[in-house]
Design a protein around this ligand. Structure first.
Ligand SMILES: [Zn+2]
Length: 343
């Protein structure tokens, strides 16, 4: 045991003061210490001669030695990569510095910022709210009382210690919180992350991003809603895009509609993305239900308003022709580096 410890000590010294005149010192080091016929492997082989009570301690000592060697090897590899000689030369402060790689924005952030800036030009302000929400702000105030069947459309994550709390299923909770402040008129958009208990696939994830909009004032009509959304689509996707509204149902708006745009991939001819219809749904919208206004202490006889909501992932997938939503959260640099706009 003592002999082996002595060998370990000697090896440590050798590792620390290692130098080589070889072209690739890192490789020379690896062969000497870390290779299959290297010093550490042979020291490990001596373990079988160590008595059982000392084996654990010896194992720790050898492990330390291995870590030391691996660290030194990494340093040598880095020096090699930088083309630095192993022996330090005098530091030349006049040399240009190493350039730092400039990151790029995440495609979701790029599209969110774009959506926000379009609506800001129409006078919409940005509002934000909590991602962990209570039942009132996420459901009940939005005309979705307990046991309402439409709650099933949004499979919800509840907080297990306190089931009265949940991860918000949409950003509409921000709308409720803004309406409750009682300052009218309201003209806001609410970008943010939302959560639903969905099976993860190319088209769905358990978290995603939404932008919702809300405008409440005197005499707001469906014509205002359409005009606002026309402007948005033209700014976002260009003037040539066709738009259509289809009647729909949401508990918090009446009347409600879904808005489709002509398919960007096939130009309306029909393809896989648009399921051969020529149209792609991009958002839901409608006039705010009087019950929602009253729940938020707004007089529905005096005020009216419209609301809309869209998934940022969906808009991003259409804009950049991305086929799999999971790419957004896999942190694959090969994917992310394709998006410019560093500011
Ligand atoms: Zn198509």
């Amino acid at each position: 045991m003592d002999d082996l410890l002595k060998l370990v000590e000697n090896s440590k010294e050798e590792i620390k003061s290692f130098s080589s005149t070889e072209k690739n010192p890192a490789e020379a080091f690896r062969i000497r210490f870390l290779g299959t016929k290297g010093l550490i492997k042979s020291l490990m082989g001596e373990m079988k001669n160590i008595s059982a009570e000392n084996r654990k301690q010896m194992g720790l000592v050898l492990n330390d030695l291995k870590l030391l060697a691996e660290k030194k090897h990494e340093e040598l590899v880095m020096m090699n990569a930088k083309g630095q000689p192993l022996i330090d030369k005098a530091l030349d402060l006049t040399l240009p510095g190493d350039t730092l790689p400039l990151g790029s924005r995440h495609p979701i952030s790029i599209v969110r910022n774009r959506i926000v800036s379009i609506f800001q030009r129409l006078g919409f302000g940005v509002a934000e709210g909590p991602e962990i929400e209570d039942d009132w702000h996420n459901f009940t105030a939005l005309n979705l009382p307990e046991n309402h069947p439409a709650r099933d459309m949004q499979d919800t994550f509840y907080v297990s210690q306190n089931p009265a709390w949940m991860l918000r299923t949409h950003t509409s909770n921000v709308q409720v919180r803004e309406m409750e402040k009682g300052k009218l008129p309201i003209r806001i958009i609410c970008p943010g992350r939302v959560y639903r208990n969905e099976t993860i696939s190319a088209r769905a994830h358990c978290f995603f991003h939404q932008v919702e909009g809300l405008y409440i004032a005197n005499n707001v009509s469906f014509a205002d809603l359409k005009q606002t959304l026309y402007f948005f689509v033209n700014e976002m996707f260009g003037e040539k895009i066709k738009i259509r509204f289809r009647p729909s149902y949401f508990p918090f708006t009446e009347p409600s509609a879904e808005m489709d745009i002509s398919c960007l991939i096939c130009g309306g001819e029909g393809c896989n993305v648009c399921k051969h219809t020529g149209w792609v749904e991009i958002l839901g919208c409608g006039m705010v239900h009087p019950n929602v206004l009253e729940n938020c202490r707004i007089d529905s006889n005096q005020y009216s308003g419209f609301a809309f909501g869209m998934g940022i992932e969906r808009i991003t997938m259409l804009k950049y022709q991305i086929k799999d939503l999971r790419l957004f959260s896999e942190n694959d640099l090969r994917f992310l580096k394709q998006f410019t706009s560093a500011v």
